[in-house]
Design a protein. Structure first.
Length: 345
C-alpha cells in the first residue's frame, strides 16, 4: 500500500485534536473528547483511531472508527455511531493520489474486519467523500438511503443572520423575551440534572432511546460542549446541549416541557446559540439530521435559513448469521435499555 495506517495511542489526544482541527468539515464528533466520552459511557464501544501516513511516513490525516459489540458474538464497525457522518479526514496540504488513498483505505478496512470478525461494516460519509463511497461500492458495499443535516452558514455579523430568519422565528424569539423567559449557558450540575429529566420525558414521548446520563455528564464537563437552559418562574423548561469544535457548532441534545411551549423556549435557545456562535467566530451551525418524513422539523430548521447537506451510509454484511442475531434481539434490548435509563435517574 502507498498509504499506511497507524493506530493512535490513548495518550495522543492533544496531537489528534491538533491534526483534526486542520481538516475540512471536522466537528466535535471527530474530537478526542467525543471518543473518550463514548468509550467510557458505553462498554460495548471500542474506538479504533488511525493516523494516515504517506509513503514518507508523514501524517497526512486521521481516520476514526468504532467497533460496537452489543452481544458476545456480534461486532459491528462504524465510522461513527448513530450514523453521524465521518470517514477519513486529510490536512489541507495533502497533494497525493486520492484514488490510491481510497484503495488503501478499503484494503485496510478489509484487514480490520477480518481480524476483528466484524459481522457488518457501516460507513457514513459526508458530501465531500463520494470517491471513497464509490470504492466501497466496488467492494460489495450497499448504499443506503441518503440522509441530510441542516447547516447554517454564519459570520461575525449576528444582525445579518437575525434579519435573515423567517419572520415567525423572530416573532417567537420576541415573544419568549416578552414572557420573561431567561436563556443562558450554565455549568450548574443541578440544572444539568433538571434538563436531563425533561430530556428523558421528551425521549419517552417521541419513542426514542435516551443517551445515558453518564455520557451527558462526561460531555457537560468537557471542553467540547455547553448547556443552554431556558427558565421561567425559577423552573427549567427547556435546554440544549451543543458542541463546538473547529469551525462548527453542533446542536445535539435538546428537550423542552410541552406545558411551556407557548413561551417559545426552543426558539429562544436556538437564537441564543446562533448569536454566541457568531460572536465567537464560528462559521457553521449544524442543526443535526432530520427524519426525512418529519416535515415539521425540517421546516422549523429552514426557517432559520439552514440548508440541507446530504450524506450517505454504506454497509456491507460480512457474517450474516451474527448480524441476524443482533437484528432479532435489538428491539427488545433497546426497550430494556430505555427503561433502565428512565428508572436509573
Amino acid at each position: 500500500m502507498e498509504y499506511s495506517f497507524q493506530p493512535v495511542p490513548s495518550h495522543a489526544g492533544r496531537d489528534w485534536d491538533q491534526l483534526i482541527s486542520k481538516c475540512e468539515n471536522t466537528t466535535a464528533f471527530q474530537a478526542w473528547n467525543w471518543r473518550t466520552s463514548l468509550s467510557e459511557a458505553f462498554n460495548q464501544l471500542q474506538p479504533h483511531y488511525f493516523w494516515i501516513l504517506d509513503s514518507k511516513k508523514a501524517v497526512i490525516g486521521g481516520w476514526p472508527t468504532f467497533i460496537f459489540r452489543p452481544l458476545p458474538t456480534v461486532k459491528i464497525l462504524f465510522s461513527l455511531p448513530w450514523n453521524l457522518f465521518g470517514g477519513y479526514f486529510l490536512i489541507p496540504e495533502f497533494q497525493g493520489n486520492y484514488h490510491q488513498l481510497c484503495r488503501d483505505l478499503v484494503q485496510q478496512l478489509t484487514i480490520i474486519t477480518k481480524k476483528e470478525k466484524v459481522c457488518q461494516t457501516s460507513f457514513t460519509l459526508d458530501w465531500n467523500q463520494s470517491l471513497f463511497g464509490d470504492y466501497l461500492l466496488e467492494k460489495g458495499f450497499k448504499s443506503d438511503r441518503r440522509y441530510f443535516t441542516h447547516r447554517l452558514k454564519i459570520g461575525p455579523d449576528y444582525d445579518q443572520i437575525w434579519n435573515s430568519y423567517n419572520k415567525r422565528v423572530r416573532g417567537a424569539v420576541r415573544k419568549s423575551q416578552k414572557k420573561g423567559v431567561e436563556v443562558y449557558e450554565t455549568d450548574n450540575s443541578n440544572q444539568l440534572d433538571q434538563f436531563y429529566q425533561i430530556y428523558l420525558q421528551t425521549q419517552q414521548r417521541l419513542g426514542g432511546t435516551p443517551k445515558p446520563f453518564s455520557l451527558m455528564t462526561q460531555l457537560f464537563e468537557s471542553n467540547l460542549a455547553k448547556l443552554v437552559v431556558a427558565r421561567q418562574e425559577g423552573k427549567t423548561i427547556a435546554g440544549l446541549l451543543y458542541f463546538y469544535f473547529n469551525t462548527t457548532v453542533t446542536l445535539w441534545a435538546g428537550a423542552s416541557d410541552p406545558d411551556w411551549w407557548s413561551f417559545r423556549p426552543n426558539n429562544a435557545i436556538f437564537d441564543h446559540i446562533i448569536r454566541w456562535s457568531c460572536n465567537s467566530g464560528y462559521e457553521w451551525v449544524d442543526f443535526g439530521a432530520s427524519p426525512p418524513d418529519n416535515t415539521g422539523l425540517i421546516k422549523h430548521k429552514e426557517e432559520y435559513r439552514a440548508v440541507p447537506h446530504y450524506f450517505q451510509t454504506y454497509t456491507k454484511v460480512n457474517l450474516p448469521l451474527q448480524l441476524k442475531l443482533w437484528q432479532t434481539s435489538e428491539p427488545a434490548i433497546r426497550k430494556v435499555y430505555a427503561f433502565l435509563q428512565q428508572i436509573g435517574h
